[in-house]
Design a protein around this ligand. Structure first.
Ligand code: AGP
Length: 371
């Protein structure tokens, strides 16, 4: 699969950098494939097959590994917020270990950009034996996963050469938004007005991502300031907990920094004890549902004399006198924040890796997928 119409800017020194910059186009590709812009509707091919099956579903299980698991976590929160469905979620290997019983009324959504991850393939074999319906989100046409599942949605992201998943992560989250809209219409849980509002928001996403990409030079300056750090604590709530987990993974795998992520509310239940002066905190605090709690936590951290880096929404002036460093993302619906807030961290992780002399495309001890 090729990414359509992406300008190849010759000055991209690494694939990871190029792939981060491809994200607006990947979002456009997904819109082109799965969104009817005129009717403001989500369109999946072979709708009869999926419709027939979805009507009988009474349980949803989400499975992934690494970055794909983090995208699934955002999906879980969407299903809960917009559909009132409490989906189960697990890491594929843990799911296999639990020998979970599923049946024909279970929808298993598997997320794997490569479509080759062994844990995922084993989990799919297991649930298919138990006659469950498998919907997979993958970037790999004709992969093992693609052969084993019942229905596939593609990331439309083109080849991702760098080891770190960037464009495949944000496209996985967008696919979850589309599934939420599709199910929301089917189950009459999302009003046409809200659906139109969300679809209009999706159409505006590439522009918003471009606004973040334009901050590249500023983010390079931030990377220069912090690249010698050995430890970073990362906090976020709900969708931003998924962002915190993904930020921690991205920084670990590309920069070798110890970056540990916590659910915002959980931080005070013990982890705060390890927060010394040398361990700054990165707090995801975009305006939206959980902003107030994030702001309170930032204040608490400052009382503890911690250095705090914040990701918040453009135009929010409330944190200027509180935080040590603020990185801004454009104003958007809270639902899109997990796509937007991770992008500055992808860029930071890239620059920190380069400053440390690490090849961000091929960090040590890792393969593109685990078999
Ligand atoms: C992502 O940057 C990592 N390299 C890794 O966590 C990856 O997401 C994980 O191994 C799952 O890969 P998959 O999506 O191809 O199944």
């Amino acid at each position: 699969m090729q990414v359509k119409n992406i300008e190849t800017i010759k000055t991209f020194p690494h694939s990871m950098f190029k792939e981060i910059f491809e994200q607006p186009q990947v979002i456009k590709n997904i819109i082109g494939e799965y969104v009817d812009k005129k009717r403001k509707e989500v369109i999946f091919n072979d709708p009869d097959k999926i419709l027939k099956k979805l009507k009988k579903i009474n349980r949803i299980i989400l499975l992934g590994c690494g970055t794909s698991y983090h995208a699934a976590l955002s999906g879980k929160y969407m299903f809960s917020e917009y559909l009132g469905i409490e989906a189960e979620i697990d890491l594929a290997d843990e799911f296999i270990a639990r020998k979970v019983k599923t049946d024909s009324k279970t929808l298993v959504i598997t997320i794997s950009q490569s479509g080759k991850t062994a844990d995922i393939i084993r989990a799919v074999r297991l649930v298919r034996k138990q006659k469950s319906f498998v919907l997979s989100l993958t970037n790999a046409l004709n992969s093992k996963l693609d052969w084993l599942d019942n229905f596939t949605l593609y990331n439309q992201a083109g080849e991702e050469k760098a080891l770190a998943a960037t464009k495949t992560y944000t496209s996985q989250i967008l696919l979850f938004i589309l599934i939420t809209l599709y199910l929301g219409k089917l189950q009459k849980k999302i009003t046409p007005m809200l659906r139109i509002k969300i679809i209009n928001g999706i159409i505006r996403l590439p522009k918003k991502i471009n606004q973040i990409l334009k901050q590249n030079v500023n983010l390079q300056i931030v990377a220069n300031k912090y690249y010698k750090l050995d430890d970073l604590l990362i906090l976020g709530k709900n969708y931003q907990y998924a962002s915190a987990l993904e930020a921690g993974l991205k920084l670990k795998e590309t920069t070798y920094m110890h970056a540990e992520s916590f659910a915002l509310g959980e931080f005070l239940h013990g982890p705060v004890a390890i927060s010394g002066k040398k361990r700054p905190c990165l707090v995801f605090a975009p305006l939206g549902k959980n902003y107030k709690e994030a702001k309170e936590m930032i204040k608490k951290l400052k009382k503890l004399k911690k250095k705090v880096i914040v990701i918040t929404t453009q135009g929010n002036r409330q944190l200027i006198r509180i935080a040590d460093k603020i990185i801004y993302t454009p104003k958007t619906l809270n639902l899109f924040n997990p796509i937007l807030t991770i992008i500055p961290i992808q860029i930071l992780a890239y620059h920190i890796a380069v400053l440390k002399g690490i090849n961000p495309d091929r960090p040590r001890n890792l393969n593109k997928y685990v078999i």
